[in-house]
Ligand binder design. Sequence first.
Ligand code: ADP
Ligand code: MG
Length: 474
Amino acid sequence: MAAGWQDVLRDAVAVRDAAAVAVDAALLAGVLMRTGEQPHASDVVNYAPFTLLPSAVPRALFEQAYAVQQDFNLLVDAVSQNKEFLEQTLASTVKVDDFTARLFRIYMQVLEEGLAQTVFLGINRSDYMFDCGLDGAAALRQIEINTIAASFAGLTSRTADVHRLVLQVLGKTEEASHLLPNNPAKGLALGIAKAWELYGSQRAVVMFLVEEVQRNIFDQRCIENELWNRNIGVVRKRFRDVFEQGSLDASRRLYVDGQEVAVVYYREGYVPQVYDQQNWEARLLLERSRAVKCPDIATQLAGTKKVQQELSRPGTLEKLLPGRPGAIARIRATFAGLYSLDQGEEGDKIAATAIADPDRFVLKPQREGGGNNLYGEELREVLEKIKDSPERTSYILMDKIKPQPALNYLLRAHSPLQMSKCISELGIFGVYVRQGQELVLNQAAGHLLRTKAIEHADGGVAAGVAVLDTPYLV
Ligand code: ADP
Ligand code: MG
């Protein structure tokens, strides 16, 4: 699946010149990040890392990924409303994983109280790799679906323009014209705006719940500015602001610093380190409120690796999506092998298989954000150690996807220009809005291609491993 850049890749002068053009184009287009040295201010910024050249993506698999996105939206929404399924699926996990357990406790608590929220907004990103089969044909395989704080919709909306220019500069005018337009920032903003409108208060704002350290602020601003352009007010608050300034009125309307909040859009809250006692209290306050949470805590739980693994069990999709055989077939066609490590014969067997042949698998804990999975020798060691303890059930096993590498240059500030063997991961953004039981919006909102050198088993763009890319369909 070569994209035909071979002539360019080995022309050192052309590459150097194109890289200089590319970096300036990225800065001009707003493909930006704050720096590691000055993460709290925008006085000094740099370009977000990206590939020099777009990467080849098989057109059929790209179209398959788009075609299944509305189905995945339906599925996540269905899981989030199915208490029995979430309870059963996470029962073993919450016994050993404290973070999932705390989220689950809040989930149960708000259900017992009765939900004040009536409008639901889901923004997710389903990530895939292209598995290279023995016959050389590539297959679309889902890596995971991110149901909270799925990022880079903003920056990726600006990346295709940079790659288009690079191809033009390299004399690839025809190829440049084939790059697809892509604006997930707009698509996500549309969903947030719809939820805001259905909440039904002109005065109320959208609250971006943001991190203490906001290096990726420009990515968020892209969405924020789309909302301002629709005359929807946006505030940026951290958990601790909510703890200090947040309250609910008698009908559980949420107020933060005197302003009513219609929509809470989480760009934070998916790693345990963030939560001290105060931040857990803030989270509970938000979840109890009438405000539209994106995602609500049930939808965050629907995105756990354990749920993903249970979805692949025969018969589960049929129960969750009754009467939708087409959606079920499309969803299932993207699943890789996923295996439960729950205590019992099934878990014993797969644990032994993985210890014997660790390169076939990835060992995943219930964590998000990259850098948590285990591979190869490390996988073997850890699994060997925990194979007879209940701790085993805080992980799942997954077949390791093996894509065909391609050559590219990864452009990163302060790094030398060198060619790398790379693999890519395609993400499709999904957005949906539900009012009561009625789904009023369900869309695929755009895509994200991230590419990394093959030396790295794990990690995304924020983790400093992958870089932004643009698909070139072949
Ligand atoms: P996280 O929630 O930390 O993003 P992921 O499941 O997306 O967890 O895994 C992180 C990264 O690890 C992915 O971006 C991908 O590069 C790699 N990875 C995850 N699962 C697999 C797999 N089954 N095969 C190959 N690589 C994988
Ligand atoms: Mg991921």
